[in-house]
Design a protein around this ligand. Structure first.
Ligand SMILES: O=c1ccn([C@@H]2O[C@H](COP(=O)(O)OP(=O)(O)O[C@H]3O[C@H](CO)[C@@H](O)[C@H](O)[C@H]3O)[C@@H](O)[C@H]2O)c(=O)[nH]1
Ligand SMILES: [Mn+2]
Length: 605
């Protein structure tokens, strides 16, 4: 393979395709602008013809602080890129480079001198960005540096603003050169339009906006998608990745090339188990790896829904490069804005389904990759010795747990936070779900009745099935663990055999007996309340959207939630309506209300 790369390199140098690089950021407080621009600078400095590189930053935070950092980065790139290329430095994220480079002694006095002067400018820039970020607003002095800051005069909040599109470095601009007169990559800042009444679909929404905007500005046939914390650690990986697409025999089959997600901040034994590499390796024998959201080179056509076909896909890369930027930056800005508006996707509903990254699932990346494979494309897993990208893994247990919660969210909470999980009722794909939910249960009812039970009996059994799983089994599990660790002795809590008169009376009436204040009741009550809250939240969403049940993506989720509410009716009675001794103790009511409200608040946040 490596020998091949060398030969291909010279032959294809001229014909190398344009590449559009997307970096996503969402919040200047969680994702510091100083970190974001390190990622941006590292990809601007790829060992690749700069006029063929186009770097786009999507800022879902819609923050002038991030924009300011990008303005700084665009001028710093004028000294950073020539330095990287002259001395072939690695890695090309300035922060990572200076962190490692100080350890390496320098024989070359020219390099030593340049390095220390560039280090000084880098540190100056970093300080300015960090001070501004800490201050939380842009000073008048800085505002004068770029016309783009004026856009923020009409920004109400990060959730309510117009599209902001600024081409910071434009290939057509004669001033877009570094200090040695070499061209710079195109650099674009985008904060897509946000309005509270339109769902923005998180990262998938922002990547799709970038796909459209970039198609107007540079239209590179290959797209690299990156998270803002994932800098390029290997300046050659761009050429390597392109080789897979350009391979004369098999290249036309390749839909995407996925690099592993490697982290620079893992502890030696990876306490939180963040490394995902084993799982991805395994997929290679199965049509190729899935797309994991970052460090992935996509064929634009495949990402935009094209089906693979042997003949058509042997495309000519040269033909692709024909998109020339004839218009000036401001004309491009004005005409491309509409592509990032909230209403655009209303008109073109394929976005988020057949086109671009898929919506409706917090692990949009995996299902998008599977869809591309279903359209006939192959994917490649590429793990060079020098890691292609390095990112940041969660550093606390809570962050790790929250990340995994997003990857495996519980259905009811998804309803509350507006994430559809199932297909619409109008789609044929609802059938497998309907089958599992209806047919499987119907079978169990049939069985129950056949054995001499009643419908009511079956219904109660379903309820107890639920209660046992969330309380008894859950606590038994904890008991066992404690026992194994030697904290408790085995105990046999003997089941009561005789009951007081009023208790047995209620038992006779089939009224559920709560009475005691047990943590198991708190869990059951919390779940019941949570489902009720989520049901109300889901109904509110449907009524506000005014969509029909048939075309609403939440219908199945609401039905499921409604079912859980109905099955929990005795719990609500016990909590709020009953006056007898068998009702829920008020302490259980208080705690469960608090827990359920807390869970809802977390989900909404
Ligand atoms: O509304 C949003 C939310 C997130 N992001 C960006 O999405 C990326 C990933 O978010 P992060 O909070 O870092 O999540 P992780 O769990 O670390 O991300 C992993 O899991 C995601 C799917 O859940 C994948 O998309 C990512 O590529 C993968 O690194 C970051 O660059 C964010 O800035 C947005 O652009 N808009
Ligand atoms: Mn991340």
């Amino acid at each position: 393979m490596l020998i091949n790369f060398g030969r291909k390199r010279s032959r294809y140098e001229e014909a190398l395709p344009n590449i559009d690089i997307f970096v996503c950021t969402a919040d200047p407080m969680i994702e510091p602008p100083a970190m974001v621009i390190n990622t941006v600078l590292s990809v601007m400095a790829y060992d690749y013809p700069p006029q063929k590189l186009n770097v786009y930053l999507s800022d879902d935070g819609g923050s002038d602080l991030t924009f300011y950092a990008m303005v700084e980065a665009s001028s710093f790139s004028k000294i950073w890129l020539p330095f990287c290329k002259k001395f072939k430095v690695e890695p090309r994220s300035p922060e990572a480079y200076f962190r490692t480079a100080v350890l390496e002694p320098l024989e070359d006095p020219v390099k030593a001198k340049e390095r220390s002067s560039i280090k000084k400018s880098y540190e100056g820039m970093k300080k300015r960005i960090e001070t501004t970020t800490k201050l939380g607003r842009i000073s008048e002095e800085i505002r004068k540096q770029h016309k783009g800051f004026r856009e923020w005069n009409s920004v109400a909040s990060r959730r309510y603003h117009q599209t902001i599109l600024q081409i910071l470095v434009h290939a057509k601009d004669p001033k877009a050169v570094d200090i040695e007169g070499q061209p710079l990559p195109t650099l674009v800042y985008l904060a897509r339009e946000k309005r509270p009444q339109y769902h923005h679909n998180f990262k998938a929404g922002s990547v799709n906006a970038l796909i459209r905007v970039s198609s107007r500005i540079s239209n590179g046939p290959i797209i690299l998608i990156l998270d803002c914390d994932m800098y390029s650690n290997n300046s050659e990986s761009m050429r390597d990745a392109v080789c897979f697409f350009m391979d004369e025999e098999k290249g036309h089959e390749v839909g995407f090339v996925q690099f592993p997600q490697s982290f620079e901040n893992l502890t030696k034994n990876d306490v939180y188990g963040s490394s995902l590499n084993v799982e991805i390796h395994g997929f290679d024998g199965n049509g190729g790896p899935c797309f994991i959201g970052t460090g992935c080179f996509h064929r634009r056509n495949a990402l935009c829904g094209q089906k693979y076909s042997d003949q058509e896909c042997k495309e000519n890369w040269k033909g692709w490069n024909d998109i020339k930027m004839e218009e000036t930056a401001s004309v491009l800005e004005d005409t491309s804005k509409v592509l990032a508006s909230c209403t655009y996707e209303e008109k073109y509903a394929q976005w988020g389904n057949e086109m671009g990254l898929k919506y409706g699932c917090p692990v949009e990346d995996v299902i998008t990759g599977l869809a591309i494979q279903c359209r006939g494309w192959r994917s490649i897993y590429f793990n060079p010795e020098r890691k292609g990208f390095l990112g940041l893994a969660p550093t606390t247990l809570l962050q790790t747990l929250i990340q995994h919660r997003r990857w495996s969210e519980v259905p009811s909470l998804c309803l509350l936070s507006g994430i559809p999980l199932f297909p619409k009722i109008s789609s044929a794909w609802v059938l497998p779900f309907a089958f599992v939910i209806i047919v499987h249960r119907a079978y169990s009812l049939g069985e129950f009745v056949w054995c001499g039970g009643t419908f009511q009996g079956w219904w109660n059994e379903q309820r107890m099935w639920l209660f046992k799983r969330i309380s008894s089994y859950f606590f038994a599990f904890i008991d066992n663990i404690l026992k194994l660790m030697g904290f408790t002795d085995s105990a046999f809590a003997i089941t009561a055999k005789v009951a007081e008169t009023d208790v047995s009376q209620r038992c006779e009436q089939e009224l559920m007996e709560f009475g005691a204040s047990s943590p198991m009741f708190t869990v059951i009550a919390t779940m019941a309340l949570l489902n009720a809250f989520c049901f109300v939240g889901g109904m509110k969403r449907v009524l506000m959207d005014m969509q029909s049940w048939f075309s609403n993506p939440f219908t199945l989720q609401i039905l499921l939630c409604a079912l859980l509410v109905i099955i929990s009716l005795p719990v609500y009675q016990g909590l709020f309506l009953r006056k007898d001794e068998g009702r829920m103790p008020s302490s259980v009511t208080q705690w469960s209300l608090m827990f359920a409200a807390l869970a809802c608040a977390l989900a909404c946040y």
